[in-house]
Design a protein around this ligand. Structure first.
Ligand code: ADP
Ligand code: MG
Length: 557
């Protein structure tokens, strides 16, 4: 038996890593399973070129075996295995990736699925184990070896017997401490949960013996325990399946399984892009607002997978705030990850994906608007406010993205209409898109200011939410038509100016007296042509309307 020491740098690196790279200890399992999957992939690639070798899919699997008694967790694979040299080079030298080398040597560029690249994942095992033992027999080799290490002190290597090709990793799980519970890595249900979370879409079966109970034969209320080997992972991710083979139920089930929400999604969007950056995405527009949506607790974001392995639970950069309600996932094989696989190294690719996704969400919402108005109305009830906020907080392209999606209640149609629909009904002489602000539709209906515009036969959009007018002020125009509040000074409607002037002169004294009495509250008192059945109304001069003033006054300084 030979005993070797890690190189000095490796020692420091290992300590650093064990303590700092990963934010969650449970990812050790993701790393070891990813390595096992890589090892099977390598056999698969070998079989492609080696006629002696046939790849029988059924005989390749990963097996996870917890044993409480010995406090061990085994991860067994039927992959390519490691020679003595490989054990030394790949496990004895930190930051050396045999998988990366394999990809280079075999010129595997496109469509590859090999996950490893940094040569550090394996050491994550030391976050949860005092001793790590690796028993491996390489493809094409008669000898098997045992590599063992207690962490930073180095490792030992010796010859052992192993019949089949492949690798067995044995973790001696740490004892619980006050801060950390390690027992969970010996519990079949928590292991199952971790596998489902990170490795559900590894393409080879991850098997585990699961105990459960069933009714005893011949008895109705007696149960018996039994143990059964189960495949834990789903293997083929839904987003890699052909869209034609998937039903609405499949998408709904995925939404439920992933716990994106407790409602049924209003709509799903399945995107497969094979361009400069390749990715698959499944996105959902929820039916209902999540209960914490407008609270600080709410975190927007999509799940991010790299090659079927979960990298980030909520990648916020994938969604603009105004589409923050969208749920779902993105999987790409083209992402450059950093070594912890938690933070992305370059966000150029991510930005590109995010941009495409936003465009896609927009076009899908537009098609919903066009083809299923009832559903769109439902969506808009939940999330319209968010879209209007998006316009208000414009950082460049928001207006473009959102102006076709917003709707307001129409005085004429008595329902929600889009700006485009409004424009399409404008007559030639109508200069502006008119709107009136108020607390509710009923209140606005009674506003004296609306009479003149309505009398002209013009449609009025009702702004009942605080954000409405602010959003419109940011928009300024829609398809070159300006917005105009019905309570603004100049309505752009021809009136008999003479008559108005006459009246102003005629009642000069009365108006002066009224102005005096209301000093500080109004700027001017004038005769108005726009009133019909109401004796008086307030109107605003300039940009800020009365409704906006109300909102502004409510804001803290
Ligand atoms: P990475 O996976 O990024 O290359 P790891 O530290 O996870 O880095 O693994 C280091 C190397 O050890 C791998 O590249 C691979 O060559 C080898 N290796 C690890 N686990 C196995 C395994 N189960 N079977 C075969 N080779 C393995
Ligand atoms: Mg790895």
């Amino acid at each position: 038996m030979e005993k070797k020491e890690f190189q000095a740098e490796s020692k420091r690196l290992l300590e650093m890593m064990i303590n700092s790279i990963y934010s969650q200890k449970e990812v050790f399992l993701r790393e070891l399973i990813s390595n096992a999957s890589d090892a099977i992939d390598k056999i698969y690639y070998k079989a492609l070129t080696d006629e002696q070798l046939t790849f029988e899919k059924d005989s390749y699997y990963i097996k996870v075996v917890p044993d409480k008694e010995s406090r061990t967790l085994k991860i067994i694979d039927t992959g390519i295995g490691m020679t003595k040299e490989e054990l030394e080079n790949n496990l004895g030298v930190i930051a050396k990736s045999g998988s990366l080398a394999f990809k280079t040597e075999n010129e595997i560029k496109d469509g590859h699925d090999i996950i490893g690249q940094f040569g550090v994942g394996f050491y994550a095992a030391f976050m949860v184990a005092d001793v790590v033992t690796v028993i491996s027999k390489a493809h094409g080799s008669d000898e098997a070896y045992k590599w063992e290490s207690e962490g930073a002190d180095g490792y030992s290597i010796e010859t052992v017997r192993k019949d089949s090709i492949g690798t067995e990793i044995i973790l001696k799980i740490k004892e619980n401490t006050e801060d950390d519970n390690y027992d969970e890595y010996l519990e079949q249900y928590s292991i199952q949960t971790i596998i489902k979370k990170y490795s559900d879409f590894i393409r080879y079966p991850i098997k585990m013996e699961m105990s459960s109970s069933r009714p005893k034969e011949g008895s109705e209320n007696e149960f018996e325990e039994f143990v059964e080997e189960q495949t834990i992972n789903s293997m083929v991710p839904i987003w890699r399946k052909n869209k034609n083979e998937l039903t609405n139920e499949d998408y709904d089930a995925f939404y439920m399984e992933k716990r994106y929400g407790f409602d049924k999604p209003l709509k799903h969007i399945h995107v497969s892009v094979d361009g400069t950056i390749r990715y698959n995405a499944i996105l959902y527009i929820p039916e209902k607002i999540p209960f914490d949506y407008y609270s600080k607790e709410f975190e927007k974001g999509l799940e991010l997978y790299s090659n079927g392995v979960l990298i980030m639970n909520k990648c916020a950069d994938l969604l603009p705030d105004y589409f923050g309600f969208v749920k779902g996932m993105v999987d790409s094989e083209d992402l450059s990850l950093n070594i912890s696989r938690e933070i992305l190294q370059h966000d150029r690719q991510l930005k590109l994906i995010a941009k495409n996704i936003s465009k896609k969400i927009k076009s899908e919402l537009q098609s919903l608007l066009k083809n299923d108005r009832a559903k769109y109305d439902e969506f808009y009830k939940s999330f319209g406010r968010q879209l209007k906020f998006g316009i208000y907080n414009d950082f460049g392209s928001n207006k473009e993205m959102l102006q076709d999606l917003i709707m307001f209640y129409s005085s004429k149609e008595k329902k929600m209409v889009t700006l485009d629909e409004y424009i399409s009904r404008m007559t030639e002489e109508q200069k502006y898109i008119y709107y009136a602000s108020g607390d509710s539709i009923e209140r606005i209906d009674k506003l004296p200011q609306t009479e003149m515009v309505a009398d002209k036969g013009y449609e009025i959009l009702y702004f009942t939410e605080d954000i409405d007018e602010f959003a419109i002020k940011m928009l300024m125009t829609y398809k070159e038509k300006e917005f105009k509040s019905v309570s603004s000074g100049d309505l752009g409607i021809e009136a008999d100016e003479n008559e108005k002037e006459d009246q102003n002169e005629e009642h000069q004294d009365l108006f002066a007296a009224m102005k005096d009495t209301l000093a500080g509250k109004v700027k001017d008192v004038r005769a108005s042509k726009r009133l019909k059945s109401h004796p008086v109304c307030l109107s605003a001069d300039g940009e800020v309307t009365i409704e906006m003033e109300k909102v502004l006054n409510m804001m803290p300084d």
